[in-house]
Design a protein. Structure first.
Lengths: 283, 303, 294
């Protein structure tokens, strides 16, 4: 068993407001080894995105965070400002859900790609552009030199997402966090982008935390799966997709309509908070 | 833009005819006139010709550089205005620089620093906004010129550095209200931009915070800021009229006020025309600047 | 304060007090806004009741007491002609409040009508009106006032007329935006289908929904109108002496300042700042509330 690159242990994030306190992350624990891909699955509001924010230390300051998050042994939650910047810049890379919103529209694509390496690592602009062009080519962007001088609004969503992937790969992080990278794209672009991400990751031996609500997609490209519900991980492992154990996972997998069967009604999950709390009390 | 200029010039020209009584009586004023004067004025303004012909004549004169003749000074208006434009322009430019620097930096500080800093700056800005230009002018003069004697009270000085010293207090007076407004808008725009997703991308890449503020927050906030700067320059040009009066600067503004009081209509018409043209040009420049700042806006389109 | 009946969840009717007018006002304005409103009300009342409250006749010159500082007889001192500053402030506030008030009233009415017509009719009518508004926008208020004075001579009414024209586009733009939004909502189509006329719908349905924004904008503009009017009077092109007006008082006070007696200029200037500040604070609060209610 290879050493864990990223390890979360009993991570909690509590939001205090005037009237109540809510634990939006309620004891999340998992780990990712070097070169491994973990799929984090769950419905909206289960806490998937919050988990990524906790890992990158970008949770809203109103949250009270406890537990432990370590990256290659270093404790993330207690890092100082320059250590944090180095961690974000060199160790992790994040691919966001909506590329249109996450790329600054007033700077060129070239600026976007080269900004980090030129400013943080002092490389020359020309050299970084050279590398960027090579990467754009690898991720399937045609006429890569031309793209450098274009602006984000001139590119399609799928193209822009590939640019974002290229920018993450350029920084050569050890762990990639992908937060629903294909949800905002149309179906054809989706499968293309997923294929590219998967291929590049394996080729470079990078770890991946893949957030999605699409179980099948996660199962296809990840080594292990972790299922989240209400801020907790209810089940995780390498065979969750083939043989689910937890009632929630079973219902989730069973809820997908199959092409062969004809149904009168779409299946509805009966699992809810009450059952969830009951199960926890019994365990 | 040309169409707007044309229409406004027509309106400025037509102004004269809105006045009660005949245009002839208006120009000559309550002084009345000798038969020679009546003939001269009629000839100068071509009162015997139909309205539209007069308008095009006037327009033609302007393009040839002839802005008419002042009744009071017995000089060509162009000559009267040429020296004074420089003074007003210098005043407005100096003020604009002050506004941009002070306004944007205060707004930035208010948005990014502690709540205490924010409250102090916002309160000062609120008071600054509420203070008329002439009140500030009078206050500045009484404190710094009369009271402390650091600055001269009146006049434009003898050119170069001396003029700069003379124009300092007037420029500050002009700048206060607009800087306060710009600070407010900057603060709002910066606060808005901070919450945008592309700023999150910059943060998660580990960029230094001053880089993030400069390249991703402020740079994007420039759009509303530019809008305000455009409005501001127009207000400045108008405010210059008042400030020149307070500080006895011999610029376009004081020329205009005197001309109105003395019913020197050619001068009034010419100065107002120049002012209005300046406003329209400034607006056009601002529209152009948008396309430079935000690559999504194409020239000729309106958001 | 009204009483209304509310049903609780379990179905029984319960009488509940609705918050009264003052309470709602406080909610909308916040602490600072309410304080500003109170101060403004105080100033307005003193101005309105000036004929009864002012200790002296504002035009009464007493040359022997000229340019005296604050004394028992004259709490704020006297001006160069020996007139009591406090009384002149109270009388002057009348013009400073009433003049801009008239400006805002006229420009709001005209602007709202134009904007509602533009947003309802759409098409070429809208384009034409918007175009006119754009031209008006390009020119600052004071210039309009100056043009007006140039044509019709210096007086309060001329300035009011000029400023009223200048302020029309500010109200119109806001109302037009809101009007366009409302027009596309289903309740308007419903009323149209019921056979109501365009003018009827606009007046009875759209206008009440837009009035919050209209009032907020009007009050915000009031502050600027006060400044503009005072500025024009300062230049000598508005209210004429010997009438007491705050702008004029700063002007005559200015001459006294140069001779070492700042009382008049300070008093008049401070009152202008106070009035405008209160109006601006109230306008800001109302604008924030109007926006959050959309």
């Amino acid at each position: 068993m290879s050493e864990a690159l990223l390890a979360l242990d009993d991570v909690r994030a509590v939001l205090h407001s005037r009237h109540q306190s809510q634990a939006l992350l309620n004891g999340v624990s998992f780990s990712i080894a070097k070169g491994e891909a973990l799929g984090l699955v769950g419905e909206s509001g289960s806490g998937k995105s919050l988990t990524t924010r906790a890992i990158t230390r970008m949770l809203d300051p109103a949250f009270e965070v406890s537990g432990s998050i370590t990256f290659d042994g270093a404790p993330v939650l207690s890092m100082g400002p320059s250590e944090l910047r180095s961690y974000r810049s060199r160790d992790i890379g994040m691919i966001f859900q909506d590329p249109r919103a996450h790329v600054n529209p007033v700077h060129t694509v070239g600026d976007f790609l080269t900004e980090e390496l030129v400013r943080n690592r002092g490389l020359s602009r020309g050299e970084v552009e050279h590398r960027a062009v090579a990467l754009l080519d690898e991720v399937g962007v045609r006429y890569p030199e031309r793209r450098l001088t274009q602006y984000p609004h001139e590119l399609s969503g799928g193209m822009l997402q590939r640019v974002m992937i290229a920018s993450v790969l350029l920084a050569e992080p050890r762990l990639i966090l992908a937060d629903e990278p294909t949800t905002a794209l149309d179906v054809t672009a989706q499968s293309d982008v997923m294929a590219i991400l998967d291929e590049q990751r394996r080729a470079r031996g990078l770890s991946l935390l893949f957030i999605t609500h699409d179980l099948e997609l996660a199962a296809a490209c990840c080594d292990r799966l972790a299922v989240m519900y209400a801020g907790e991980i209810v089940e995780q492992g390498a065979h969750v997709y083939e043989s689910p154990g937890h009632p929630y996972t079973i219902e989730l997998l069973g809820a997908r309509p199959s092409i062969d069967e004809r149904l009168d009604r779409l299946p509805v999950l009966r699992y809810n908070r009450e059952i969830h709390e009951q199960l926890k009390a019994e365990a | 833009m040309l169409l707007v200029l044309l229409v406004t010039s027509f309106i400025v020209f037509g102004m004269m005819y809105l006045a009660p009584g005949s245009p002839l009586a208006f120009v000559l004023g309550p002084r009345g006139g000798t038969p020679e004067q009546v003939a001269a004025v009629t000839a100068q303004y071509h009162f015997d010709d139909p309205f539209l012909v007069r308008y095009f004549r006037w327009l033609g004169d302007i393009f040839q550089g002839n802005l008419g003749r002042s009744i009071v000074y017995r000089q060509d208006v162009t000559a009267l205005m040429s020296g004074r434009i420089g003074t007003t322009a210098a005043l407005v430019s100096l003020s604009a620089v002050l506004i941009a620097v002070v306004g944007v930096s205060s707004g930035l500080l208010a948005a990014l620093k502690s709540r205490w800093v924010d409250t102090v700056i916002s309160t000062i800005a609120a008071v600054g906004l509420s203070t008329p230009v002439f009140v500030i002018g009078v206050a500045l003069i009484s404190i710094f010129a009369v009271g402390l004697g650091w600055f001269p009270t009146f006049g434009v000085g003898s050119g170069g550095f001396d003029t700069l010293v003379h124009l300092t207090l007037p420029a500050i007076a002009l700048a206060v209200a607009s800087a306060a407004y710009l600070a407010r808008i900057t603060k709002a725009a910066v606060n808005e931009e901070r919450t945008r997703e592309h700023v999150q991308t910059a943060v998660v890449r580990g960029l230094a915070s001053n880089v993030i503020v400069r390249r991703h927050v402020l740079r994007n906030a420039l759009i509303p800021i530019t809008t305000v700067m455009g409005l501001t320059v127009a207000t400045l040009i108008a405010g210059a009229v008042v400030v020149e009066n307070v500080f006895a600067l011999d610029g376009l503004g004081s020329l205009l006020v005197r001309a109105i009081l003395q019913r020197d209509f050619s001068v009034v018409q010419a100065v107002i025309l120049v002012l209005v043209v300046a406003f329209v040009v400034v607006n056009a420049v601002v529209d152009f600047l948008y396309t430079v700042i935000d690559p999504r806006i194409a020239l000729g389109s309106r958001q | 304060m009204t009483i209304s009946m509310e049903k609780t969840v379990k179905g029984t009717a319960v009488a509940v007090r609705q918050p009264g007018f003052l309470h709602r006002g406080y909610e909308r304005l916040g602490l600072l806004g309410t304080a500003a409103a109170a101060v403004l009300l105080l100033v307005a009342l003193s101005a309105a009741l000036a004929p009864m409250l002012a200790p002296y006749d504002p035009d009464f010159p007493d040359l022997l007491a000229a340019l005296s500082g604050p004394t028992a007889d004259h709490p704020l001192g006297t001006d160069a002609l020996g007139r009591d500053i406090l009384s002149r402030l109270m009388w002057g506030a009348r013009i400073t409040l009433a003049g801009p008030g008239l400006v805002i009233l006229l420009s709001t009415v005209v602007g709202t009508v134009l904007a509602l017509v533009a947003s309802w009719c759409g098409g070429r009518v809208d384009t034409a009106i918007s175009w006119v508004l754009d031209i008006l926008f390009a020119v600052p208020g004071i210039v309009f006032a100056l043009i007006s004075v140039a044509i019709w001579g210096p007086s309060l009414l001329t300035v009011v007329a000029g400023l009223a024209v200048a302020y029309v586009p500010y109200v119109a733009r806001v109302v037009r935006g809101a009007g366009l939004r409302e027009r596309n909502l289903p309740y308007v189509s419903a009323a149209w289908l019921q056979g109501h006329s365009g003018a009827g719908i606009t007046l009875t349905q759209i206008l009440p929904n837009v009035q919050g924004i209209v009032i907020a904008q009007a009050i915000s503009s009031l502050g600027f109108a006060v400044i503009d009017l005072a500025a024009v009077s300062f230049l000598g092109l508005g209210v004429q002496p010997p009438t007491a007006d705050l702008g004029l008082m700063v002007k005559s006070g200015f001459d006294s300042v140069l001779r070492g007696h700042p009382a008049e200029a300070i008093a008049a200037g401070a009152l202008i700042i106070l009035i405008v500040w209160c109006v601006t604070v109230i306008g800001d609060r109302l604008t924030t509330t109007a926006r959050s209610m959309r």
